[in-house]
Design a protein around this ligand. Structure first.
Ligand code: CO8
Length: 373
């Protein structure tokens, strides 16, 4: 049987950074403007005054300290509260394509490969900027990859689900190598006027090169021991933006459709599911949690990751065992666990076993167990 190897990873980090203090200052200005504008209705009890946000709350509740974004000025304008990303002509590369190409080039370079060695590109992410032509085919064209490409979306689990698709293609011989790339522009779909969620997300793009074993030097990369995917329907995290919105005459369809969630419910329901999924996956591979050298977990909430790691290991994990990138990047949806892997994999020694695990909307959970070669 052909084995699949992760031979390279790449990361594109937008240079612009927004600190919690900067985000909160804008949010509070927005609140003051809003409350002043609706002062009469608030005084009559017809509207509720909006409340200020706080950096201390954000860091304590989530572990997030700052986030990288595609555009800072637009988000920090209290009268705008969204990134300013100008439309591009059809003959120009899209923003997601630019991010994807940068991340893919790093993954190829790390693996010592070129576009000629790759047969497929999967763009796997939470939000795609258009329906068609597929962003993945645009990326394929920009890189000069022959073969095929397709887009897929499983929210925060897009990259791990994409990894399973890549492993399948490599193992069944339909592709020698597959790039799985996740250009996440979460700021484009975040309600920066919602106190409960305005701080949650950031932007980034990751890429992973999956190759067949015989194309990779014996001591290079990570062998993929197994992938395990799980989904369970839930309305607790939703994004109702869609092509049918304009077909609704009630007015509801025309409202801006942005990310919404019941954060506490998600926390409580998803954490045990994730721990069980990892444990069951390890067991099915004949491994025990004690053999895990590292967990590259989805980066949504620090306490959630502590809880999951504790449930899996039966004790608290050190930061070396469960690295955190959430403080710097915030939640970058499907890119999060891959950023953690990309930045914290080179110190592992041959034989070390780790798990890349994503979780999020759907609900969706993806577990990928790897072993350093
Ligand atoms: N500043 C100050 N106080 C605040 C703020 C704020 N910004 N926000 C809330 N509070 C207050 C509340 O009013 C509440 O006050 P009180 O106790 O008086 O009622 C108190 O703080 C506690 O509020 P919560 O219970 O809401 O706070 P939590 O401790 O639960 O923390 C979190 C909120 C951080 C959101 C937390 O619940 C969490 O992280 N949960 C996990 C969520 C998660 O993992 N979600 C995954 C979603 S991502 C995904 O899968 C799809 C992504 C697709 C990408 C989309 C791009 C946009």
């Amino acid at each position: 049987m052909i084995k699949a190897i992760i031979s390279g990873t790449g990361l594109y980090t937008p240079p612009a950074i927004i600190s919690n203090d900067e985000l909160v200052a804008t949010f509070n200005q927005y609140v003051d403007l809003h409350n002043a504008e609706h002062a009469d209705a608030i005084a009559r009890g017809e509207q509720t005054a909006l409340e200020h946000s706080s950096s201390a709350f954000i860091e304590k509740a989530s572990g997030i300290k700052r986030r990288h974004v595609i555009d800072k000025e637009g988000i920090l304008d209290p009268k705008r509260m969204k990134p300013n990303i100008p439309d591009r002509a059809n003959d120009q590369p899209s923003v997601q394509c630019d991010m994807a190409v940068a991340a893919c080039r790093e993954a190829l370079q790390q693996a010592g490969k070129t576009a000629d060695d790759v047969d497929a590109v999967i763009v796997a992410c939470s939000n795609l900027q258009r329906a068609y032509p597929a962003v993945s085919i645009e990326v394929q064209n920009a890189l000069g990859v022959q073969g095929f490409a397709y887009d897929m979306n499983v929210a925060c689990s897009s990259a791990t689900f994409g990894l399973q698709a890549a492993v399948n293609s490599v193992e069944n011989g339909t592709a020698r190598a597959v790039l799985v790339v996740s250009p996440e522009i979460c700021s484009g779909h975040l309600n920066f006027g919602d106190r409960n969620s305005h701080f949650i997300f950031g932007d980034a793009c990751t890429a992973i090169l999956v190759e067949r074993e015989d194309a990779v030097a014996p001591a290079a990369g990570f062998e993929i021991l197994g992938t395990n995917l799980k989904t369970l329907y839930s309305n607790a995290i939703r994004n109702n933006f869609g092509f049918l919105n304009r077909a609704d005459d009630s007015g509801i369809g025309q409202l801006d459709k942005l990310f919404v969630q019941q954060g506490r419910k998600v926390f409580k329901e998803v954490s045990p599911l994730v721990a069980d999924t990892i444990q069951n996956h390890l067991q099915s591979l004949g491994l025990t949690p004690g053999q895990l050298r590292r967990m590259w977990l989805h980066q949504a909430n620090l306490s959630m990751n502590h809880l999951i790691a504790r449930r899996v290991l039966g004790r608290d994990a050190t930061e070396d065992e469960a690295p955190v990138i959430l403080d710097e990047y915030a939640n970058t949806s499907s890119a999060g666990s891959i950023i953690a892997f990309h930045l914290n994999k080179d110190d592992l020694v041959p034989g070390d076993v780790g798990v890349i695990c994503s979780f999020g909307a759907g609900y969706s959970i993806g577990s990928v167990v790897v072993r350093r070669r």
